[in-house]
Structure formats: structure tokens, C-alpha cells
Design a protein around this ligand. Structure first.
Ligand code: B12
Length: 319
């Protein structure tokens, strides 16, 4: 059809997702209730995005695209590419454009929307979507296209999206494995640790999150107080080697065998190539280059933490 972008013809399931209704409701609305659709040669309905949005406005149906006006088509295509094809190119350029034009709230909304789709694994959103966007931000900053304040706004926008993607934490603490997650002293990057925190929370963990730039002594104290079976530390570069050595020395000194735990390092400061030696006291020590690797390992070994778990009441001073 002339003047129409063929990529913007949606299937009934896509419109159903957009409206958050059942596909059969969309079919009913197409058949005689005013939602304009054309049929493919195979007889499947296709609905033009603009028409779907006009119909939604008439009926008072809210869609996630409403708050992105006038970029609804761009956002829909970007989210579809990310969710269905795991291609974040469009998302990255939209987000960068909004950052430069002063709309960080839209960046938050975009990442939040992607994280709400079950077809897009959360780990992938972190390792490709968030990391890719933040690399663009770093590059733009290094080339002088973006100010330091804007780089901070980008981190903040992504952090806000991640906070929204945490599950509601109403489950009782008892019976859940406990982790301490943060960034090593000298590492100001909050985003990677927040990704780990949300990943583990979505896997049912109880996570204590001291955030960025946390002294190793504090990781050790928190682990003991909360009876954590897992401690994850993000190491940055430059300065990664020193951060890693110090964390290992301090955590090793404080380690006691009656409160055993696994220690995981990751981040650009380790580049995934640090190998733990046999002399380390920890139950297990690992280094991973990505949130996906951590996620896989945690899922595969879940039963170990269930067995070694300390009841939450033992470590919970507040109760
Ligand atoms: C935002 C940012 C900052 C912000 C962070 C703000 C905040 N609130 O979080 C601040 C302002 C603190 C900052 C400061 C600095 N930064 Co900076 N920063 C960045 C930037 C643009 C993005 C980092 C980010 O958020 N990434 C998003 C996360 C999700 O990705 P990630 O960190 O790569 O983590 C992934 C993996 O490594 C892994 N991972 C990370 N940790 C862990 C831990 C575990 C256990 C596991 C399993 C996995 C894992 O999973 C993540 C997802 O895939 C990068 C650019 C870039 N290319 O990365 C530069 C960058 C990291 N910064 C850099 C530099 C040089 C600095 C400063 C030294 C600048 C200065 N001269 O002062 C300081 C260091 C200060 C400090 N103490 O940390 C350089 C590092 C260069 C190098 N390789 O040596 C980079 C690469 C920019 C560049 N190209 O020059 N920075």
C-alpha cells in the first residue's frame, strides 16, 4: 500500500500484546467493531499501527506507546526488534537521541518496557541492551559529544528502569537463598551491580545491595550478618587488579568455615580471565564476564544454596 511502512502492519497477537487483551478480542474488534484490518493472501489479519492506536484512543485503551508520542512507530519497531530478534540497534539510537535532547525519562521507559517482555531474557537485556547503550554513552562522552552530567543522567535513567524491573518483594524471607551484591571499593559503576541484583531477585533470591564503591570489609560483614551463601563483586578498570587483590585478601581474612559462601567476580577489571587458585578459602570462587554467565551458573547450581542456606531469622537482626 502506498505511503504505508509494511513493517508497521501488526498481527492480531501483536495488537493483543499492545492492548493487553486476548487475541480473540482483537479478532472480534476487527470483525465489525471498527478496528481496521486487511487480510494477507493466507487470510491472516494485519492491522496498521496508526489505526490500532486511533482505535485504542477512541475506546480508552491505554498502551505503553502513549507516553512516547510522537515516536510511537519508532518505539514499537525498536522494542519489537529487541524482543523478537534480540537486536538492540534501534533501541540504542533512540535512547541516545533522547538523552541528547533532554528526555532521560523516555530512556527509562524504553528499558522498562523491554524488561517487561518474557520473550526477552533479562540477562540479554543487561548484556546487550543496557551494556550496548552505556558503551555508546561512553564513546559519545570520549568524543566530546556528551557532557559528564549527561553520562550520569544515562546511568541514572537505566538504574531507574532496573529498579522498576525488580519483582515485588513480598515473599517471606525464610527458605530463600541470600546474596550480597555490589561493586568493589574504587568502582563507581552502579549499573552492572544493579543488573546482578535484579537478576538474582527475579530468580527468587533475597539480595542485600550495598551499591557501588563498597569496601571489602563491608562485603565480609554483610555476608556474616545475613548468612549469605553468595557474594558477587563487580570489578572495574582501570584499577581492577588492585581492587580484585584487595577484595580477595580482605574477604579471605574474614572467611570462616561455619558460614561458607561462594565468591563471584566480574566486570571489565577481570575480563573473565581471572582464574581462582586452589589456595583460596571460599567454598567456590568464580569470575564471569557477563550477567548471562552468572545467571546460567546460578540456575544450574541452585540446589547447592538451598542446602547450605542459613534460616533468615538467624541473620536478620531487625526482626
Ligand atoms: C557510566 C560510566 C561511569 C560512571 C558510573 C556511574 C554510575 N552511577 O554507575 C562513573 C562516573 C562513576 C565513571 C567513572 C569513571 N570511569 Co567510567 N564509564 C562509564 C561507562 C560510560 C558505562 C559503564 C556502565 O554503566 N556500563 C553498563 C554495565 C551494565 O556494563 P559493564 O559495566 O560493562 O558490566 C557488564 C559486564 O562487565 C558484566 N559485569 C560487570 N560487573 C560484573 C560483576 C559480576 C559478578 C558479573 C558476573 C558480571 C559483571 O556484566 C555487565 C553486563 O554485561 C563506561 C563505558 C563502557 N564502555 O563501559 C565508562 C568506562 C568504564 N569508564 C572509564 C573510566 C576511565 C572512568 C574513570 C577512571 C574516569 C576518570 N578519569 O575519572 C572513572 C573511574 C571512577 C571509578 N571509581 O569507578 C573507562 C575505562 C577504561 C579502561 N578500560 O580502562 C570506560 C570504559 C570509558 C572509556 N571508554 O574510557 N564511569
Amino acid at each position: 500500500m502506498q505511503g504505508f511502512n509494511s513493517e508497521l502492519f501488526l498481527t492480531t497477537s501483536e495488537v493483543a500484546d499492545l492492548y493487553r487483551v486476548h487475541p480473540s478480542t482483537v479478532k472480534r474488534w476487527c470483525d465489525g467493531e471498527g478496528l481496521a484490518a486487511r487480510k494477507t493472501e493466507g487470510g491472516h489479519r494485519r492491522i496498521y499501527l496508526r489505526g490500532a492506536l486511533e482505535f485504542a484512543a477512541e475506546r480508552g485503551i491505554e498502551t505503553f506507546l502513549d507516553s512516547f508520542e510522537p515516536f510511537e512507530s519508532h518505539v514499537w519497531l525498536a522494542v519489537r526488534n529487541a524482543v523478537q530478534a534480540h537486536d538492540f540497534q534501534k533501541v540504542r539510537s533512540l535512547a541516545m537521541g533522547w538523552l541528547l535532547r533532554g528526555y532521560p525519562g523516555r530512556v527509562t521507559a524504553l528499558f522498562r518496557e523491554m524488561g517487561s517482555h518474557a520473550e526477552l531474557p533479562f540477562e540479554l537485556l543487561c548484556d546487550q541492551g543496557i551494556r550496548g547503550f552505556m558503551e555508546d554513552v561512553g564513546r559519545a562522552w570520549a568524543e566530546g559529544r556528551l557532557r559528564t552530567g549527561e553520562e550520569h543522567m544515562a546511568s541514572q535513567a537505566v538504574l531507574e528502569a532496573l529498579i522498576h524491573l525488580r519483582p515485588a518483594d513480598f515473599a517471606p524471607a525464610e527458605g530463600r537463598p541470600v546474596a550480597i551484591v555490589g561493586a568493589a571499593e574504587g568502582n563507581g559503576n552502579q549499573v552492572a551491580s544493579m543488573c546482578m541484583r535484579v537478576l538474582l531477585e527475579r530468580e527468587g533470591w533475597r539480595v542485600f545491595y550495598p551499591g557501588a564503591n563498597t569496601p571489602a570489609e563491608d562485603f565480609a560483614a554483610l555476608q556474616r550478618e545475613r548468612g549469605a551463601g553468595l557474594v558477587c563483586v563487580s570489578i572495574s578498570s582501570p584499577g581492577g587488579v588492585a581492587q580484585l587483590r584487595r577484595a580477595l585478601r580482605v574477604l579471605g581474612e574474614f572467611y570462616v568455615t561455619d558460614s561458607p559462601y561462594d565468591l563471584v567476580f566480574g566486570g571489565s577489571g577481570t575480563d573473565g580471565d581471572w582464574e581462582p587458585g586452589p589456595e583460596l578459602p571460599f567454598r567456590r570462587a568464580r569470575a564471569f564476564a557477563s550477567i548471562s554467565e552468572l545467571g546460567r551458573w546460578v540456575q544450574e547450581n541452585r540446589s547447592r544454596w538451598d542446602e547450605g542456606r542459613v534460616p533468615a531469622s538467624v541473620g536478620d537482626r531487625a526482626s
